[in-house]
Design a binder for this molecule. Structure first.
Ligand code: HEC
Length: 120
């Protein structure tokens, strides 16, 4: 992983927004997955490995710098959409990982940040 390519290194982000990504998204959407104990137990391990693989493919916060300007804009729009309609963080995950759930205030914060960031 190249630290200069992370979303944090390539986009200005307030500490509160970064905290949300770190708490609720990075386990699936980055190269810095910390695997909980239950991820080693089948069949949970199969589901989680597949999810993380797909999640990184869809959006990898560790490789943000590699996206084109268009891809970045798309993903920033998607981020706001997905957290607003409650699709992200993934429900399977928040069920077993309750602290990952977002408050209404955090959803607003992420959307505001993603809107502000589309100019970059
Ligand atoms: C348990 C794993 C998991 C967590 C946690 C998670 N996601 Fe996802 N995410 C996925 C998977 C898997 C996909 C791709 C498949 C899909 O769309 O369901 C995805 C897709 C996305 C996409 C669509 C990207 C695109 O361009 O199509 C966005 C945006 C996204 N997630 C944002 C987030 C944000 C923001 C968070 C944190 C608030 C988050 N996700 C937390 C698993 C996760």
């Amino acid at each position: 992983m190249d630290p200069s390519q992370t979303i944090y290194a390539t986009l200005p982000m307030p500490a509160e927004a970064k905290a949300v990504f770190e708490r609720s998204c990075k386990n699936c959407h980055s190269d810095e997955t910390s695997w909980p104990w239950y991820s080693y137990v089948a069949p949970v391990s199969w589901v989680i490995a597949r999810d993380v693989h797909q999640a990184r493919k869809a959006m990898n916060l560790s490789e943000w710098g590699g996206y084109s300007a268009n891809q970045k804009t798309d993903k920033l729009e998607e981020i706001c959409e997905q957290v607003t309609n409650g699709d992200m963080p993934d429900r399977k995950y928040t069920l077993i990982h309750r602290p990952a759930r977002l408050t209404a205030k955090e959803r607003d914060l992420i959307c505001q940040w993603s809107e502000d960031s589309r100019e970059y």
